[in-house]
Design a protein around this ligand. Structure first.
Ligand code: E4P
Length: 217
């Protein structure tokens, strides 16, 4: 399973990249706005900087919702860097645009996916990635991980090439469960990635080893 970081914060991207386990980055308009990025030039520059930090797919989301608007924006985003993946919302014009991008060799990430039916449509349009939001489903008292399992099962049964990119991750356990379910990619906040490091027995064991190592000097 590939690890993407789900942020537009450059320090966090650098930190995850420094761990040597990062395969890519996802952003969305909320994450970009949180970093205070404003205006098309600043947006393009920010994506360029991210692409210079991480040598892997970087999802950049379109802001428009009409077919023509998505195509126009997506073409400009794709020109910023070869690793840009155009992130498109799961709406009718979005699906139409994903098919257009597929036919024109532009990588896409179909976002805001909350059902298996939506994931089938994204795959039919040829999306490179489909992003089911598991944390937001959990927030509504449904099990987001069940959706990941269902989509992985359907894609395997049908031979769809679209990669399942588990999004809206809230915890290290989500990452483990996504790996178990066969997700191709997990996009996570830095805290969930570093949370994977933690175990009290590791801390206690290391303390003892360090103490014993000291006595050997
Ligand atoms: C990533 O592609 C999504 O935009 C993101 O994971 C959404 O996460 P959230 O539900 O924590 O906002």
């Amino acid at each position: 399973m590939k690890f993407f970081i789900d942020t537009a914060n450059l320090d966090q991207i650098r930190e995850a990249q420094g761990m040597g386990i990062l395969d890519g980055v996802t952003t969305n308009p909320s994450l970009m706005a949180k970093e205070g990025i404003k205006g098309s030039e600043a947006i393009a520059q920010h994506y360029k900087t991210i692409c210079e930090i991480v040598d892997g797919p970087v999802s950049a989301e379109v802001l428009g919702t009409s077919f023509e608007g998505i195509i126009e924006e997506g073409k400009k985003l794709a020109q910023i860097h070869k690793n840009i993946v155009v992130k498109v919302p799961m709406i009718k014009d979005g699906i139409k645009a994903i098919k257009w991008f597929t036919d024109n060799n532009i990588a896409t990430n179909c976002t805001l996916v909350f059902s298996a039916g939506q994931a089938i449509l994204a795959a039919k349009a040829g999306a490179t990635y489909v992003s089911p939001f598991i944390g937001r489903i959990d927030d509504t008292n449904w099990d987001g991980l069940e959706l990941i399992e269902q989509i992985v099962g359907i894609y395997n049964a049908q031979g769809f090439m679209t990669e399942v990119l588990a999004a809206s991750i809230r915890s290290p356990l989500h990452i483990v469960k996504c790996a178990e379910a066969g997700a191709d990619v997990c996009t996570c906040p830095l805290s969930s990635i570093t949370g994977l490091l933690k175990h009290p027995l590791t801390d206690a064991g290391l303390q003892q080893f360090l103490k014993d190592a000291e006595s050997m000097k």
